[in-house]
Design a protein around this ligand. Structure first.
Ligand SMILES: Cc1ncc(COP(=O)(O)O)c(C=O)c1O
Length: 439
């Protein structure tokens, strides 16, 4: 291995056990298509599309060239009270992919920012239509909506909520939908649990009163807390309850957007139309940070048209909301998805992927396998007194054997780039089987 020309210590790594990592670092230096290469020269199959984002595969020339061209043409332009062609073109392309009627796009840079933006749009919309008292936001247990104070508050991840999660006071949570006793080893949507959506109408609405609630935010498939697939009929019920009581429904599609479930958005796969969709990650295949919110026509019209003329209707935005490099990457990525029919490919590969992951059913400590589209969760029985230890061991051993998986505690998540082929799916599942037999 060539000597490192950088120190490890000054960099405070995000969501990482810094001391553990720095004692035995894993450094990736290059990537192409389905593989990374480590500093020691080992090839690693990307079973996670980076962090659920590299949907078109790594270093695709079309995306790389678009970024290079843009950097040499217009590196940056102010994004407030000024525009550049790329942001308008990218917004139009994203709106075209979205469910009908969701036709306006606000740009941010990360999923966390997209979530905070969507929550603010919900409040701005309710205020603009004369219902400013609607300011309670409803999330869900085991929801992950990034790390802004808004996202943590509506989110349901104990570790992030513990320290910072109470900063937004007017928040409540639906129960999560995960139930191993009833739904373990479900293929696709589990049969049990649609009624859990009714908690919104039977408990939360009577407690707060519908006239005070602005919006409900959920991930259609919860990703980061372990791939929790919505029970059959659950999302439909949420939609119907929101409609009955005038609540906005936000789908956080930061992970499920751009083909992960076999269509552009999970909203289309499930046939349930939210009022807003947050997106990030796959919009540029991870190559440059870009995120945003797609909103229903009437939401944009209400916020914009009810404001006094010549005023900034929505006082919100980021220095990099629609950065030229990001929108160039998005245009190239969306073109690649279209040309290579990658969303269809994900849908076509899903049955093979399902077979491969469910073959892990009786292997080692596996207590559940669940899947939807090209995402799967494999849950392990925690080692006595050591929650998370088996998951971490599986992660390390797979990496040693050249496969990158992701773990949340003792749950393994797989979400490969949509360009994966059946042999690589088998390689990923085969390596995992070998490792799980050893732990
Ligand atoms: C559903 C969801 N929302 C929001 C986020 C936060 O995105 P970011 O890390 O880009 O801020 C994530 C990240 O994984 C996510 O899965």
């Amino acid at each position: 291995m060539p000597p490192r020309d950088f120190p490890l210590d000054p960099f405070w790594m995000p969501f990482t056990a810094n001391r553990q990592f720095k004692a035995a670092p894993r450094i990736l230096v290059t990537a192409r298509d389905m593989h990374y290469v480590t500093e020691g020269g080992q090839r690693v199959l990307d079973g996670t599309a980076g962090l659920w984002c590299v949907n078109a595969g790594h270093c695709r020339p079309r995306i790389v060239e678009a970024i290079q061209r843009q950097a040499d043409t217009l590196d940056y332009s102010p994004l407030f009270q000024m525009g550049h062609p790329g942001e308008f073109r990218a917004a139009a392309l994203i709106a075209q992919l979205a469910p009908e009627g969701l036709d306006h796009v606000f740009f941010a840079n990360s999923g966390s920012e997209a979530v905070d933006t969507a929550l603010k749009i919900a409040l701005a919309y309710q205020r603009a239509r004369g219902e400013g008292h609607r300011n309670v936001l409803i999330g869900r247990e085991r929801g992950y909506h990034g790390v802004g104070f808004g996202g943590i508050s509506v989110g349901g991840v104990p570790a992030t909520r513990k320290a910072f999660g109470n900063m937004l006071p007017r928040v409540d949570h639906l129960p999560h939908t995960h139930d191993l006793e009833r739904n373990a080893f479900s293929r696709g949507q589990p049969a049990w649990g649609a009624h859990l959506a009714d908690d919104l109408e039977s408990r939360i609405i009577p407690l707060h009163d519908a006239s005070n609630i602005a919006a409900v935010i959920v991930e259609p498939v919860a990703g980061s807390t372990g791939v929790l697939v919505p029970p059959r009929g659950y999302l439909e019920r949420l939609r119907a309850i929101c409609d009955r009581h005038g609540l906005l429904l936000i789908f956080d599609e930061v992970i499920t957007g751009f083909g992960r479930t076999g269509r552009a958005f999970a909203a289309q796969t499930f046939g349930v139309k939210p009022d807003m969709i947050t997106f990030a990650k796959g919009v540029t295949s991870g190559a440059v940070p870009l995120a945003g919110v797609i909103v229903r026509h009437e939401i944009y019209e209400t916020v914009v048209n009810r404001a006094p003329p010549d005023t900034i209707e929505f006082p919100h935005g980021y220095t990099y909301s629609g950065h030229p490099l990001a929108t160039a990457a998005a245009e190239a990525t969306l073109a690649l998805y279209h040309e290579e029919k990658l969303f269809d490919r994900a849908r076509e590969l899903a049955p093979h992927f399902e077979q491969a992951v469910h073959a892990l059913k009786s292997v080692g400590p596996v207590i559940d396998v669940r899947n939807f589209g090209l995402m799967a969760g494999i849950e392990l029985e925690p080692a006595p007194g050591k929650p998370g230890a088996r998951g971490y061991q599986a992660f390390l051993k797979c990496f040693e054997k050249g496969v990158l998986i992701r773990v949340t505690g003792d749950i393994i998540a797989l979400s490969p780039p949509l360009i994966i082929n059946p042999a690589q799916i088998d390689e990923m599942a085969g390596t995992l089987a070998t490792v799980l037999r050893q732990i």
